[in-house]
Write a protein of this length. Structure first.
Length: 186
């Protein structure tokens, strides 16, 4: 879902077009899954969320905050972090990991800030996002095996931020880090 929404922004020449497409997703997620169009594979996959898909509207809101004019204010970066954190928390709830909802939310927020800090094209925005990511950094929480993919995402984004580029994600050190986080959980 996050990758699809990122693609909407990346491929929209005008912020208004991106906002219209995001609005469609927000409205779709707000409806009962029985009302969804059958031709959208992502919505078909979200039917397995058994009615809890509405929580993903926070992710749509986070991406919408990123449609503003450059340079984006810190509030937009924080809205994005909150949206991704809420999406991670929703996944924890869907997976019935109720005791780990806040840990998942923290992982999503930390992943978002580090990921955005590396990927933004505007140097002023990258610097602001890096500052916020470093300021809000905290130890990665321990989570159960079913939530470890979220731990891996957050850990690799942090690794990329520390090295200052997305190419760090394919280094041998990153691969070892991903294996350690995924298998051992720390």
């Amino acid at each position: 879902m996050d990758a699809r929404l990122a693609g909407l922004l990346r491929h929209s020449r005008e912020p208004m077009l991106a906002q219209l497409r995001l609005s469609w997703w927000r409205e779709s997620l707000g409806r009962d899954s029985a009302e969804w169009p059958a031709g959208e594979p992502l919505l078909v996959a979200l039917r397995s969320w058994n009615g809890q898909h509405g929580a993903l509207t926070a992710l749509v809101d986070g991406w919408e905050a990123m449609t503003g004019p450059a340079p984006l204010p810190t509030q937009a970066l924080q809205a994005m972090a909150q949206g991704r954190g809420d999406a991670f928390a929703a996944l924890a709830q869907v997976l019935q990991r109720d005791g780990e909802i806040e840990s998942a939310r923290r992982l999503g927020s930390q992943w978002s800030l580090a990921d955005v800090a590396i990927r933004l094209g505007n140097s002023e925005e990258r610097a602001a996002a890096s500052s916020v990511a470093i300021e809000r950094r905290e130890p990665l929480p321990r989570v159960s095996r079913s939530l470890r993919p979220l731990l891996v995402l957050s850990g690799l984004a942090r690794h990329n931020l520390d090295r200052g580029n997305t190419g760090a994600a394919i280094s041998p050190a990153a691969m070892l880090k991903a294996l350690r986080l995924g298998l051992l959980g720390f």
